[in-house]
Design a protein around this ligand. Structure first.
Ligand SMILES: Nc1nc2c(ncn2[C@@H]2O[C@H](COP(=O)(O)OP(=O)(O)OP(=O)(O)O)[C@@H](O)[C@H]2O)c(=O)[nH]1
Ligand SMILES: [Mg+2]
Length: 282
């Protein structure tokens, strides 16, 4: 499909709900002409016939009802890519999207919008993952990925192969494989299960690490029955701690259910901490 045949897309790039501002993205061959039709510059006069990359304007969009917006041209090639910064809130966003859809623009999700506007699919996926980053450390790594870190590593391996340097290529691939599981944890937490016999202090340890009383602590063995999870950042990485029921053989039916859940959670975990009471022999 050549550039003039492709559809023109619109997406809301900011989360739905209450906020002062919202941003709409427009991308495709008809984006600029449609904006020119609907937008009135505050200083008067028409927008130029062709978009100019890096320029922005203040004005209004609408008919009887209008919203004050800032429009920006992010890119002009291979097709115009624009942003409209409007007031926030579901209704203003809905009203603006409808105006553009009446002009033939097609609505897509913000994830698809990133995929359409990013020439490099790896960069698009990194930008989507960045929206889920929960710590400055993981956000920093994802920003680096979005700016092409993985692509550069793959290109370096390819160049080694083209030069016949198979050992260097193999080393590069080994490093990438090593980082694969780390990459998964940029958006998914490390799952750490705290397990052990009843009353050894599992819930107390989870509370100490969480910094608040997340779990019930009591002197009675068998206090924790269900799996209780807590998310926290350790050294800049997201960790989900799971407190579990104490493991013992002579448990009544309810406690036994908790023990089965504890085993299942431990089996799916990245790490299982088995806690022992240091004051009694194991
Ligand atoms: N002396 C001492 N007591 C502790 C320590 N950690 C926890 N306790 C006490 O040990 C008892 C049991 O603590 P919990 O944290 O509820 O133990 P648990 O392993 O979660 O117990 P269950 O949920 O019943 O399996 C409570 O009375 C705690 O105050 C510790 O490091 N030293
Ligand atoms: Mg407990």
């Amino acid at each position: 499909m050549n550039a003039s045949e492709m559809p023109t897309w619109i997406a809301c790039l900011t989360p739905p709900g209450q906020s002062a501002l919202a941003t709409l993205g427009l991308y495709g061959p008809r984006a600029w002409q449609t904006l020119r039709k609907l937008f009135r510059r505050r200083s008067g006069g028409e927008l130029s016939e062709q978009p100019v990359s890096g320029r922005f304007w203040l004005g209004r969009i609408g008919g009887d009802v209008t919203d004050e917006v800032v429009v920006a041209v992010k890119q002009t090639e291979p097709a115009p890519w624009l942003e409209v910064h409007s007031h926030g809130g579901r209704e203003v966003v809905r009203f603006l999207i409808e105006l553009f859809r009446e002009q033939g623009l097609q609505l897509c999700s913000w994830e698809d919008f990133l995929r359409k506007t990013n020439a490099d699919p790896l960069s698009a996926e990194a930008a989507i993952a960045l929206a889920q980053a929960t710590t400055p450390r993981t956000a920093g790594i994802l920003l680096d990925q979005q700016q092409g870190a993985l692509r550069r590593a793959l290109e370096a391996i390819q160049q080694s192969l083209e030069r016949g340097e198979t050992a260097a290529a193999e080393e590069g691939l080994k490093q990438l494989t090593h980082y694969a599981s780390v990459g998964r944890h940029l958006t998914q937490p490390y799952r750490v299960v705290v397990a052990g016999a009843p009353n050894v202090g599992k819930s107390s340890l989870v509370n100490a690490l969480a910094g608040y009383q997340r779990c019930i602590v009591a002197a009675t063995p068998g206090t924790t029955r269900d799996v209780v999870t807590t998310r926290l950042a350790l050294d800049g990485w997201l960790v989900e701690l799971a407190d579990t029921a104490g493991q013992r053989s002579e448990a009544e039916a309810l406690e036994e259910q908790g023990i089965r859940r504890a085993w299942a959670t431990a089996a799916a975990a990245d790490l299982c901490l088995w806690l022992l009471d240091a004051s009694t022999p194991p």
